[in-house]
Write a protein that binds this ligand. Structure first.
Ligand code: HEC
Length: 140
């Protein structure tokens, strides 16, 4: 009888151990989402391309060239997201960047997808690169 009881205990313990192992596998908080350049491409084409061009190389008198933009290509993604979310008022020599490009229901994840898409686009080719002599020196 004692043996049967201890066997029941063993079975119970292994069941409990198995259950708690399952609990451990469940992440406490959802893992940070990987940005999706594919989703970003759709949004970029709908919202940003009209001003920044389909290749993100800018449109004269509209949006800046994002492939050569020091602001866009900096390592601090937070600042890039903030600029896109908040936009930038017009000045005497350039029009405004509308908040979220005008698509106000965009989430921050959408913005991250768009950023990933723009980074996936090819950069300026060697022949397009401005010679150092004519390029204003911008600190990185
Ligand atoms: C209505 C036109 C318009 C739309 C739409 C638009 N932008 Fe802009 N964007 C601008 C203008 C104008 C500027 C300022 C350009 C300048 O400083 O020469 C700008 C600036 C920026 C900059 C800063 C570039 C720099 O070097 O200072 C980023 C980044 C940017 N836009 C990203 C986006 C993204 C991403 C989208 C889509 C969600 C978007 N824009 C939609 C017009 C637009």
């Amino acid at each position: 009888m004692l043996i049967r009881f201890s066997m029941v205990l063993v079975v119970l313990f292994s069941l409990l151990a198995g259950l708690s192992a399952c609990e451990e596998n469940k992440p406490a908080a959802p893992a940070p989402r990987q940005p999706s350049p594919e989703k970003g491409r759709m949004l970029y084409m709908q919202v940003c391309a009209q001003c920044h061009g389909v290749a993100a190389r800018g449109v004269h008198f509209l949006g800046a060239d994002l492939k050569t933009s020091t602001l866009f290509n900096q390592s601090d993604e937070r600042r890039v997201i903030d600029l896109i979310v908040q936009g930038r008022p017009a000045t005497a020599d350039r029009p405004a960047m509308p908040p979220k490009g005008g698509r106000l229901n965009m989430t921050e994840d959408d913005v991250r997808d768009i950023i990933a898409y723009i980074h996936s686009l090819p950069g300026p080719t060697a022949t397009e690169a401005t010679p150092a002599a004519t390029q204003p020196t911008t600190p990185p």
